[in-house]
Design a protein around this ligand. Structure first.
Ligand code: GCU
Length: 425
């Protein structure tokens, strides 16, 4: 680095500490400025701006998703009112996306707390390795879908050894606090590997009409026949969450108007996109969603677009690849994605050692979405300075950081449940 550059950085660090610590965020796009440059100052104008931003993220990052399938059916294939030692009623439901028993489908595992009057508010999430991994409950159907790898996975399929491999303390905590819990193995919707862009549920949907495709990018991918806003895996997982909500609207034991959509890591990215695209979700929880989730790219810290788009090429749409190497000059950023959820509550949780997700970048996602929350009459995130560990800040946007690594801990759920109590009860 040249002496002049070092001197400039030192000068900035001393005179404008906020700027240096945050990364240079000057030039960060303003969610409250329309594409034509006019300022958004009313809720009515925001409704138009929201459409622009939805279009932007759909085209440039996550891709188009099909509408709710017309022929979709649901089947409750198993239930018991004496699950988890009497704590819960269990229901297992298959969603047949095209109404055909041999077509693409996903299994939902639902627990409803027995001690609570129905209909109950819910947590809905995707899980990483099959519904049977979340508790020792012997009656949960063993996943038969493709699974990457992990303890108890043989030839990319779950075995009995995977049952209960993740401790169920979080699930029990949720139930004891009076919420139902529903989970779906994300690989039922689209298996998490790159086969181009057509595997899983995507196979049965002709790609929706293309829009806004960048010709120079498309020249690199002739197989996409001119489309850059393809139905990405993250979009498909989010779409699956919306289909789960479609089921919940038909279940009289569930309060579908009070569903918190939760996700960790890559599934946090999906949960946030689900909350952004489907306004029926009452509340959104991002646990360490990081890059492509709630974290601001422009800081240039943590995982970059190059890694995201090359290590996991199927997660985002093809258009997103044109931003490889352009993190710090991106014309839009993830605070605008959070703004799409406004004024609905969102909780953002980080872990101190999870530098890949860039905790402060996640915090700043909430900070820079807050002007939209405030325009809509709420407080947004009531902080501008990064809090220290174990000191949550909570308004309509919540943020906490805890010690430890990239994972979901009971501490995280305690914060999310407090937040849900405040906003859903
Ligand atoms: C990788 C990836 C992250 C992602 C994470 C996960 O670490 O870089 O973007 O969130 O996997 O899903 O566990």
């Amino acid at each position: 680095m040249q002496f002049k550059t070092i001197a400039l950085i030192c000068f900035l660090a001393i005179t404008v500490p906020g700027v240096y610590a945050q990364g240079n965020l000057s030039g960060l796009a303003d969610p409250l400025t329309m594409n034509n440059g006019s300022k958004v100052t009313t809720a009515r104008q925001w409704a138009n701006r929201r459409k622009e931003l939805l279009q932007l993220f759909t085209t440039e990052e996550y891709g188009q998703s099909p509408a709710r399938p017309k022929n979709m059916t649901f089947k409750v294939f198993e239930s018991s009112n004496n699950a988890l030692g009497g704590l819960a009623t269990r229901k297992q439901v298959t969603v047949y996306f095209n109404g055909k028993a041999d077509g693409p489908q996903m299994d939902m595992l639902i627990y409803l707390p027995n001690q609570v009057k129905k209909p109950v508010p819910m947590v809905l999430q995707l899980d990483f390795e099959g519904n049977q991994t979340l508790s020792n409950d012997p009656d949960v159907k063993l996943s038969t879908s493709w699974i990457g790898r992990g303890r108890g996975v043989v030839n990319n399929r779950a075995t009995e050894a995977t049952r209960g491999k993740h401790p169920n303390e979080n699930v029990e905590m949720i139930l004891k606090r009076g919420y139902g819990f529903a989970t779906i193995y994300y690989g039922d919707i689209v298996p998490d590997y790159d086969d181009g862009v057509t595997n899983g549920v995507r196979g049965i949907y002709p790609e929706p009409k293309s829009s806004g495709t960048d010709a120079s990018i498309m020249a690199l991918y002739p197989e996409l026949q001119g489309r850059g806003d393809n139905f990405s895996s993250e979009a498909a997982w989010a779409w699956g969450l919306s289909r789960a909500l479609d089921y919940m609207e038909t279940d009289k034991d569930i309060n579908a108007k009070k569903v918190a959509v939760f996700g960790h890591s890559r599934l946090g990215k999906a949960a946030v996109w689900a909350g952004a695209t489907d306004q029926r979700f009452a509340l959104v929880i991002s646990n360490e969603s990081g890059a492509g989730g709630v974290r601001i790219f422009r800081r240039g810290k943590g995982e970059d677009i190059h890694h995201l788009a090359t290590a996991f090429p199927h997660w985002f749409d093809i258009n997103f690849r044109k931003y490889i190497g352009r993190d710090t000059v991106l014309p839009f950023d993830q605070h605008m994605l959070i703004a799409l959820i406004a004024p609905r509550p969102i909780a953002i949780g980080s872990a101190q050692d999870d530098l890949n997700s860039d905790p402060e970048g996640e915090f700043l996602g909430g900070v820079y979405a807050s002007p939209v929350y405030r325009l809509l009459g709420t407080d947004g995130l009531p902080a501008t300075k990064m809090p220290v560990v174990n000191e949550p800040v909570s308004g309509q946007i919540h943020y906490h950081i805890r010690p430890g690594r990239h994972s979901v801990m009971p501490y995280d759920w305690q914060q999310y449940l407090d937040f849900m109590d405040k906003h859903l009860k």
